[in-house]
Ligand binder design. Structure first.
Ligand code: ATP
Length: 262
């Protein structure tokens, strides 16, 4: 089966620093892919290029869908999120701390509501079309809250929740936009062992029950080994290994990169 996403000879330079140096990789459809590597390897820069935060210096990132190829490197970030339906979370939590959990999930869907408002009569928001869109957004938010075990927190301010729960809210918020590729930047960072085990189960459920394609950056090797189908190992902006987790784990270059970084 064709991969969902291919990265082809990607280069990202910041002045004299080459953060990504001719990287090519595949993100298999309906699978969980982990991107690992020592600090400074270029992992977050890769995410920033895929999601349009950075325009790469060279190379292509291509989404392969039933309709054909879409070159993401030609699209602006907001179009990558909206049209290619690629969404991400960040290394640091970026919720609206003063809003409730439910409100955070509704804000994520403002585009659908905006679109419905545009079709409603000259700003009269209480037309049936707008109300239907509002109802659908609410139902979607409640469905993902339930799926992620967050229903009980719906009306609490997001900023008041424990760290691990906030991380789950971020994932729920991303899921509300119904992505075809979900990119998670270090989702296990700061989680305790119980929360980490819950995250493993959630990622597997998103793959198996919701047929989602996941790409995640992670330093926690337990999570990487337990959930990923495919692993890409980066060092100094290059790919040094790619394949099944058991395969890359024994790769001499991967072992050397990690020992060198220790
Ligand atoms: P970590 O695991 O520590 O998060 P990483 O693998 O995600 O690291 P990146 O954050 O992608 O690594 O950084 C790769 C390199 O690019 C580093 O040398 C970093 O200093 C540099 N870099 C990243 N973003 C910028 C930027 N906006 N301006 C200049 N240099 C940058």
């Amino acid at each position: 089966m064709k991969p969902l996403l291919t990265v082809e000879q990607l280069v990202m330079r910041f002045g004299g620093i080459t953060a990504i140096d001719g990287l090519s990789l595949e993100v298999p459809r309906g699978r969980i892919t982990a991107v690992i590597g020592p600090n400074g390897a270029g992992k977050t820069t890769l995410f920033n290029c895929i999601t349009g935060f950075y325009r790469p210096s060279a190379g292509r990132i291509v989404l392969h869908t039933a309709e054909g190829e879409q070159e993401l490197t030609r699209l602006q970030g907001h179009r990558i999120a909206r049209e290619a339906r690629i969404v991400r979370t960040f290394q640091n939590i970026r919720l609206f701390a003063g809003m409730t959990v439910l409100e955070n999930l509704l804000v994520a869907q403002h585009r659908e509501l905006q679109r419905a408002a545009r079709f409603s009569l000259a700003g009269l928001l209480h037309t049936p079309g707008y109300r239907r869109a509002q109802q659908a957004a609410l139902e979607r938010a409640r469905r993902w809250l339930a799926e992620l075990g967050l229903t009980q927190y719906a009306d609490l301010p997001a900023g008041a929740l424990p760290y691990g729960t906030q991380r789950r809210v971020e994932i729920a918020r991303a899921l509300c936009t119904e992505p075809q590729l979900l990119c998670l930047d270090e989702p296990a960072a700061g989680l305790n062992p119980k929360e980490s085990a819950e995250l493993n189960a959630l990622l597997l459920r998103l793959r198996d029950a919701h047929h989602l394609t996941l790409l995640f950056i992670e330093h926690d090797m337990n999570v990487v080994m337990n959930v990923s189908d495919h692993v890409v190992v980066m060092n100094f902006g290059r790919k040094i290994a790619e394949g099944a987790p058991q395969h890359v784990q024994h790769d001499p270059e991967v072992i050397a990169a990690y020992l060198g970084a220790a």
